[in-house]
Design a protein around this ligand. Sequence first.
Ligand code: NAP
Length: 519
Amino acid sequence: MPVRLWEFRNEPAADFSKPENVEAMLAALAVVRAEFGREYDLLIGGETFRTGDLLKSVNPSKPTETVGLHHKANATLAAKAVCVADDAFQPWARTPAAQRIELVQTAAGILRRRKFEFDAWLVFEAGKSWPEAEADTCEAIDFLDYYALQMKKWATPDPLAQLPGEHDELRYLPLGVGIIIPPWNFPLAILAGMAVAALVAGNTVVVKPSSDAPTVAAKFAEVLAEAGFPTGVYTLLVGNGSEVGDILVQHPRARFISFTGSREVGLRINELAAKPQKGQIWIKRVAAEMGGKDAIVVDDNCDLDAAVQAVLASAFGYQGQKCSACSRAIVVDGVYDAFLERLLPKVAAIQVGRADDPQYYMGPVISERSRQTILDYIRIGKTEGRLLAGGAAAPGEGYFIQPTVIADVDPKARIFQEEIFGPVLAVTRAHDFDHALELANDTEYGLTGAAFTNDPVKIEAAKDRFFVGNLYINRKCTGAMVGCHPFGGFNMSGTDSKAGGPDYLLQFLQAKSIGTKAV
Ligand code: NAP
């Protein structure tokens, strides 16, 4: 039976307007809260390590609350984790693909059963609103289901053309040890997706989670253990990127690196991985998915209310902390003022507050450091354009920032060019649609973008010339769905690995061609 990836269906998100879901979520928040402050050991190859050097993960809505305390790895333990993964590689690579697939499906089932619990950890550790947390958990389930399905395809590849007198075949083999480095902003979905894609293909992994979201990572490690993944196949290595990152990336027994995060760190990893180390007998593969400076282009011939709604959701959903977030609205002259007139009351109506309280659309940003960076950009933005909304921290104990809109921003301005990763929207005027597309492309990034227009010719122009890995027409530029919107960017947004796409697993496989002469 051929694998029909297009028949894949996304995990339905829980509807929080239903009282039973609200009740379930409140119960999960209480259960998770009762676990606050727990200590998490390092587990490497079945051995427990308590280094005493603790990473404290706090609730960004209320930083006096400790979500979890994690024993951090040092250089020796980081190197050990790679060796353990290497030792586990051959048996895992030789485990039939069907068994690996089954383990991933079991893990997906566990995630599904513990969905609200995972939502609650995401609310408390990553500052996600309930619907944003639910979207993260659903996406993680989707990645597991989708990659399990996709592995069936690579385990039974299409036949080759046959040379007369021979049997010709192609087999897909795993690579070896993968170093998986996710960011904090989708601490479940991105971590699970990158790790499980590598695992189901037969590789073993060392996962270094973000220091801003280690507890979600620890909970996912529990899921894999519960599902029955063998010891050593998956090692969660909590530690500072700056302390253990280079050791992992440069280790001669590491075969590939799968990274999602900032441009700065991604480029560093790419450079370090390119240099062969003593004893290394391969070229390391690097998939690096990085930042964005995503734009929504608004034409004078479009549904303006829909455009306003899309900009609002894309710019301020999860406080603008998505790589796909709209940080530039590029609006054609004829509707520029009308666009702002309709946008501003909606921005003013956004409530900012604790992520666990569903009355707030926007929660905190991830950390004090992040808040300071964003506030610095707002200060710069005030000199580069006309501040129309927000412009400061929002009151409360958490790392809150007001949704901020700065208009009349010049394309050469820093807030037009640099990724801010917070709730800050730059609005820029374009003479016409073509000019708007030109401005949208005027950045070194190329991740997501959207164009609002009713004109079929302009729609085609956007499809042709808007240079981004993920383009949307007449809808928001966030919310890529696994299987439907393979995700990854152009230029400095990364290697365009297309997570959640039909070829994603190929990055974790190498093809072996075998021609057998008939005897
Ligand atoms: P980051 O600062 O680059 O960190 C990402 C990961 O790299 C973390 O686990 C971090 O660990 C680790 N790290 C830091 N220094 C390292 C080093 N020298 N060697 C190896 N690893 C190192 O990014 P972030 O703040 O977590 O995430 C936000 C960024 O991710 C934004 O730029 C956003 O656009 C991007 N992003 C891109 C995508 C995409 O698909 N293109 C998706 C989501 C996010 P520590 O936390 O311990 O430092």
